[in-house]
Design a protein around this ligand. Structure first.
Ligand code: ZN
Length: 249
């Protein structure tokens, strides 16, 4: 019987994050360094599951050592501290580009004309497919943790959002909460779109006006990296995210 199978049958799957690796993760990620002990332990458990269940594939010439892999797993698990490991369901691959990457887009317009163009992305979450990140942008998020950006959290928010089969800015929640969430997010989104369309100054990244699901994902980034601005701009949304993700680290 293979050793890995025996260990699994005995319930002793080796921990892919040793103490030394975890210390490096805590040193590198300020949002993780700031967690209390109980939440830090929970995060380490989630990151361990992440590494056991997801295949992390770096694209040449990027190399990912154990510390970088654990850092990615911990970052992607940060939005799951309250939601739990169900947030990892439905997909199996994390693909990591060295830098921003190009994707080819096509669209057939109302007149039946095919439009084709290239988009440059720093992250993407395919419906039940891979989660894709740019390592350079993950690093710049970590270098400047209060700037309002965290691409890993953004893409994980899309993954949580689509768990109920609909990418619409509302993750699966208990019914009453889901109703209040949908109402408060819609109100904030409508007001935000009106401000952006009118060219007024806005407090958060205008990309959030693209769609309700982008609004949720962008606000999720602010929850971790600039919560004061989020509370200022959209107090009701900030309160929902505080309940959904837990207290700001
Ligand atoms: Zn997005």
């Amino acid at each position: 019987m293979p050793a890995a199978l025996i260990r699994r049958l005995l319930g002793r799957v080796p921990d892919p994050i040793d103490d030394d690796t975890w210390r490096h993760v805590q040193l590198r990620v300020r949002w993780i360094a700031a967690l209390d002990d109980a939440r830090a332990q929970r995060l380490r458990g989630l990151a361990t599951l992440f590494l056991q269940r997801k295949t992390i594939t770096p694209i040449e010439p990027l190399r990912l050592d154990a510390i970088r892999r654990a850092t990615l797993a911990a970052l992607c698990s940060l939005p799951l501290l309250e939601f739990g490991e169900e947030g990892l369901h439905g997909w199996s691959q994390l693909i990591v580009y060295p830098d921003a990457f190009r994707v080819n887009r096509t669209h057939v317009d109302a007149a039946g004309v095919l439009h084709e163009w290239d988009d440059e992305l720093i992250g993407e979450a395919w419906d039940s497919g891979p989660l894709i990140l740019s390592w350079a942008d993950v690093e710049s998020d970590l270098d400047d943790p209060h700037a309002g950006f965290c691409v890993a959290v953004h893409e994980m928010a899309h993954k949580l959002d689509s768990l109920d089969g609909l990418l619409d800015g509302t993750p699966p929640l208990p019914r009453d909460w889901q109703r209040a969430w949908a109402r408060d997010f819609q109100q904030a989104f409508d007001a935000f779109v009106a401000d952006v369309d009118a060219g007024r100054d806005v407090l958060i990244d205008p990309y959030a006006a693209e769609a309700p699901e982008e609004f949720f994902a962008v606000c999720s980034e602010y929850h971790f990296s600039d919560p004061a601005t989020l509370r200022n701009a959209f107090p009701a949304v900030a309160a929902h995210l505080q309940r959904f993700y837990g207290p700001v680290p």
